[in-house]
Write a protein that binds this ligand. Sequence first.
Ligand SMILES: Nc1nc2c(ncn2[C@@H]2O[C@H](COP(=O)(O)OP(=O)(O)OP(=O)(O)O)[C@@H](O)[C@H]2O)c(=O)[nH]1
Ligand SMILES: [Mg+2]
Length: 361
Amino acid sequence: MHDLTPSLQDLLDRFRTGQRVALARAISLVENERPGFQAFLHHVLVQGLRAERVGLTGPPGAGKSSLVAALSAGWRARGDEVGVVAVDPTSPFSGGALLGDRIRMNDLATDPGMFIRSMATRGSLGGLAATTREVLDLMDGFGFPRLLVETVGVGQTELEITGAADTVVVVLVPESGDGIQAMKAGLMEIADIFVINKADRPGADRLLKEVRAAIHLRGRGGGGLPSDAGHHGVDLSSVAAKDGPGKEPRRWEPPEGWQIPVLKTVAHAGEGLDELRDALAAHRTHLVESGELEARRRARTEVRIRDVVERELRRRAWADPQARATLDAGPGRVLDGRDTPYSVAGEIVDGLLGAATGEGA
Ligand SMILES: Nc1nc2c(ncn2[C@@H]2O[C@H](COP(=O)(O)OP(=O)(O)OP(=O)(O)O)[C@@H](O)[C@H]2O)c(=O)[nH]1
Ligand SMILES: [Mg+2]
């Protein structure tokens, strides 16, 4: 089942010896779901994953890429290698001087200790591309100790970032105005750290106060009312899989002992970046010591297994000749008034399950 073709075995060998070309090829294998990609991922994942994964989300233009670049530059200066996945950046990394004269993203992009990958979003709403998690796993398996994933937070799709990152940084800016709006949009639920970027602009302090007040009201980071849906109250399974019946919602516990920091940054000038790095390190320590890291990984893994099962079931269903034949005949039967979509679908599913248990026709 997990056998590799000779060419994929060769790719895996080159991947394991750290050849970046092999990483790039592995990513396109997985992104395009070419034959054998599951087996390849299996062989990469079986070695275990170690990277620290940080997600940045927030409204368009908030400075997420600038923060990614600044964080990366800081880690690179200490010798840490960094992998970046930017999901649908409207201002792509190739664009030159994101950080003004201080650090150019181009310098990072040509740094052999950096690996930057842009991916298109799934659908128009934003959120994560279908294979973002797999690409992060490849970078992790390749050996990047630090991974950053940037995604535009719009609507509910940003919840998906909790399925890709250990620590979620929500980036807000004064001109997005209403911090409370962001809270409503669900960003509140997923933030481990808030960053008020563009703190050089008017309104930063007001937004900072609003966000702190909102955190306090929710009883997080200050004691008080118990929270009913903290980050870790986000029901990941409902995010990834909407087939509710019979499924016990699996909730992360609201974090205890973690005060959500609200930090100010001026990304392009590097201001506040030391504090952000410190907050990330502190959150990491918290995750490890509280057992929360393990809990998050378990929840993520469960979602992952469900996703793979659903994808595989779909693939097998339409690869089944009997199911295809029933599907082809189905519209005619429905329009004749003999059947409904439900009776045809029921027949297909029963046929597949019967086939799977050896009872089928
Ligand atoms: N004044 C000011 N401008 C900033 C700051 N950080 C970023 N910018 C500028 O804001 C613009 C958007 O920055 P990006 O880093 O591309 O923002 P983003 O959130 O990645 O944007 P999208 O990926 O398009 O959603 C750029 O022109 C940056 O130079 C800041 O702290 N202050
Ligand atoms: Mg960006």
